[in-house]
Design a protein around this ligand. Structure first.
Ligand code: UFG
Length: 341
């Protein structure tokens, strides 16, 4: 019998790519998503790629009764991969309580279920946002966590602390927090990808939407930073590389390879790229010029952040395989496919 894994937020951007990787690795995937920021069509995309449509339940994880019923009906879940969360930085500043209630409420409900239903492995979707503006680059897992600059970022920090404290008293449970750098790109089939609702906040969907004509031009936020070309630097990671790391992290827990019952890993490539480098790569891969202008800095932006990959490479035995050009080409193919849908 196939091992069952529960992916919360599994119709979303990273969740759907991770569902594909788990199915391809031989697992049975169950998805819970409230579809607040994703579409049910992702399930068709997952099916087109893998030949399997995951079992799906639509409800909110803050609804503890429904969650309990779900676990009651699925007593054999071996691992939970928890993505479901609100993730818009600006929105979180305007609606902090909504973010705390949703992101932390759903986490606490799930942790309670792990105890009640003896689901021993828990993988949490965290973020490099916990490092703030790092004092040293590249950032290591033991680099200091800095005060969060938004309620969204704070939910990731508090969530890590909640898991840490819970694991101290629940020695039978095991957990890994994965700190993502900047996930971009899409599955090579172009059947699943990022689907921002409204005007995208993030760079790559804004680039592809501008290139396809949905947006007039891209604003590059800040050109006088202390970086080689004056624009901010990030560690962009292909979403498929990121998704694969979840399977590896889960198997580390399932096979008792973990060194302590709460571990955390950076998921990045180790390479920092500027906004202008991303644009250049996009122009090369899409074979067209992008309409962009240099404008004022965006408040709250970190100047430079990229990952130290040594711990994840050596301990997890995971390494990214795709480069920036692969990320841009796949993002562009996805945008084109969306247009034809
Ligand atoms: N940028 C632009 N123009 C845009 C959008 C972004 O120039 O229209 C620039 C930003 O200023 C930044 C870079 O592109 O320099 C990347 O910006 P993103 O918004 O794509 O990503 P961030 O690094 O700001 O944010 C990401 C995640 C957040 C997370 C944060 C942690 O989206 O969820 O990393 O650092 F909190």
């Amino acid at each position: 019998m196939k091992k069952q894994v529960l992916i919360t937020g599994g119709t979303g951007y990273i969740g759907s790519h991770t569902a594909v990787e788990f199915i391809e690795a031989g697992y049975e995937v169950l998805i819970i998503d409230n579809l607040s920021n994703s579409k049910i069509d992702s399930l068709d995309g997952i099916e087109k790629i893998t030949g399997t449509k995951p079992e799906f339940a639509q409800f909110d994880l803050t609804d503890k009764l429904k969650l309990n019923d779900f676990f009651e009906a699925h007593p054999n879940i071996e691992a939970i991969i928890h993505f479901a969360a609100y993730k818009a930085v600006g929105e979180s500043v305007a609606k902090p309580m909504m973010y705390y209630q949703n992101n932390l409420g759903s986490l606490m409900n799930l942790l309670e279920m792990t105890k009640k239903y003896k689901t021993k492995s828990f993988v949490f979707s965290s973020s490099c946002t916990v490092y703030g503006e790092p004092e040293e680059l590249p950032v290591k897992e033991n680099s200091p966590v800095q005060e969060a600059t938004s309620p969204y970022g704070n939910t990731k920090q508090i969530a890590e602390e909640i898991i840490r404290d819970f694991m101290k008293v629940e020695q039978d449970l095991k957990s890994i927090a994965l700190r993502y750098f900047n996930p971009v790109g899409a599955h090579e089939s172009a059947e699943i990808g990022e689907l921002p609702l409204g005007v995208p906040n993030n760079l790559v969907p804004f680039i592809t939407q501008t290139a396809i004509g949905i947006r007039k031009e891209l604003s590059v936020f800040g050109f006088d930073y202390d970086t080689p070309d004056g624009t901010c630097i990030r560690d962009y990671i292909h979403v498929v590389d990121l998704a694969k790391a979840h399977v590896i992290a889960t198997e580390r827990l399932l096979n008792n390879k973990n060194k302590s019952n709460y571990e955390m890993f950076n998921l990045g490539t180790g390479t920092g790229n500027s906004v202008l480098e991303v644009i250049k790569s996009f122009e090369k891969m899409s074979k067209q010029k992008l309409n962009y202008k240099l404008v004022d800095r965006r408040p709250g932006d970190v100047v430079k952040v990229y990952s130290d990959t040594e711990f994840a490479n050596n301990e997890l035995g995971w390494k990214t395989e795709k480069n920036l050009d692969d990320m841009m080409l796949s993002a562009w193919n996805w945008e084109n496919n969306l247009k034809n849908k």
